[in-house]
Design a protein around this ligand. Structure first.
Ligand code: SF4
Length: 373
């Protein structure tokens, strides 16, 4: 599915989406990974090694240990909602409640949704009821071929239990090629009970790669992590379902090209320094000068101040607007200015780790510009 197709699909179906999905697409969702602990072992589980089965908390990409950090991250991203995920968040229900309550109390009209498995307990959902707007159940055993009617009856019971306490309850599954009949059976069974069925495009990750290959799945092209056939399975189900429940397909391109981009732009707008440029993808561009000699740095600093140019110093580096840096270098070349430094334009994520994605050298070797005699 191309970005243009997704945009058309969203235009046609936006009003039917679950509220959590709407905020997610707009980049307004704080992804709160409350624990990596999980009682299940789905073969397609995409969690990375640093999260899988580890009791760690992340707010978006940031490893955190406190509620205050979660609130800070939500503010930095101008989030209007939270998606609590894991692992299985209900294995740490008191922690989930603590974070949920703090976020709900801190922000107005802050939407919350939570992912859990079919093993949910009524007492746990009841604990969260005053702070939870939407619940998504992942039936982890559904893709085991031995699953029978009893399992589906139990899933329906769990949805009914959750509905007693939470306004919107849906089911979320990966769209697995070859499972069309089983997914249609599931959809039929939960129609009229669940508010929605979400199908995510199945994707490779570093940790599920071997398991997926073993089962005969492979990527749909060279540039995507999506599995070949997953999209077709989802649309087969959507086109052949004759019930009333809304079925939504979430392709990987929607996550990468739209949701993630929107979230990065929101964070970049809040954290960009005056001298940084925000790209269309939500990344940050800045110029960087690196000096061997601190006296040289001081000399440049004086010039920048004289021309009232925004800059920042970090040890032997000066950060400044990348276009101004290019102009400065041109000017210094013309004047044969006697300063020794290297210079780059860098592109980085506006995330807490500030991961650098590109470094373009403006001066490949450290040059000494000499004044004309
Ligand atoms: S329920 Fe989710 S977190 Fe747990 S193993 Fe399955 S995919 Fe992974």
């Amino acid at each position: 599915m191309k970005v243009e197709d997704i945009e058309k699909y969203l235009e046609e179906n936006y009003t039917k989406l679950a509220e959590g999905c709407k905020r997610c697409i707009r980049g307004e969702k704080l992804v709160l990974f409350i624990t990596g602990l999980c009682e299940s072992s789905c073969y397609y589980c995409p969690l990375s090694e640093k999260r899988r089965k580890k009791d760690v908390i992340y707010a978006n990409e940031r490893l955190i240990t406190s509620v205050d950090e979660a609130i800070e991250e939500a503010k930095l991203c101008s989030s209007t909602g939270v998606g609590i995920t894991g692992g299985n968040p209900l294995l740490k229900v008191d922690r989930t409640l603590k974070y949920l309550k703090a976020l709900k109390n801190e922000f107005d009209d802050f939407h919350s949704h939570l992912y859990t498995t079919e093993n949910l307990k009524e007492d746990d959902v009841k604990k969260l009821k005053d702070y939870l707007d939407e619940l998504r159940i992942h039936p982890t055993k559904y893709f085991n071929k031995k699953v029978d009617e009893k399992y589906l009856d139990n899933l329906v019971k769990k949805i009914e239990i959750a509905k007693k306490y939470v306004d919107s309850v849906g089911v979320e599954i990966p769209s697995i090629p070859g499972m069309e009949k089983e997914i249609l059976k599931l959809a039929k069974k939960i129609d009229g009970v669940a508010d929605f069925l979400n199908m995510n495009e199945l994707e490779f990750s570093d940790t599920n790669y071997n398991e997926l290959i073993k089962r005969g799945f492979y990527p749909k092209d060279d540039v995507s992590n999506a599995i070949k056939g997953s999209e077709e399975t989802a649309f087969y189900v959507i086109n052949n379902f004759d019930g009333d429940m809304f079925i939504h397909f979430c392709p990987s391109v929607l996550k990468d090209a739209i949701q993630m981009k929107n979230r990065l732009i929101r964070r970049a707008e809040n954290i960009a320094k005056n001298y940084e440029i925000i790209t269309d993808e939500g990344l940050l561009l800045r110029g960087e000068m690196i000096f061997d000699n601190i006296d040289d740095l001081e000399e440049i600093k004086e010039i920048l101040e004289e021309y009232e140019i925004d800059y920042e110093i970090d040890n032997n580096k000066i950060y400044l607007n990348p276009f101004i840096l290019e102009d400065i270098i041109e000017e210094m070349k013309k004047q044969r200015f006697p300063i020794k430094f290297s210079a780059y334009i860098t592109e980085r994520y506006p995330t807490s780790d500030g991961l650098e994605v590109e470094r373009i050298p403006l001066i490949t070797k450290k040059l000494r510009f000499r004044r004309r005699r």
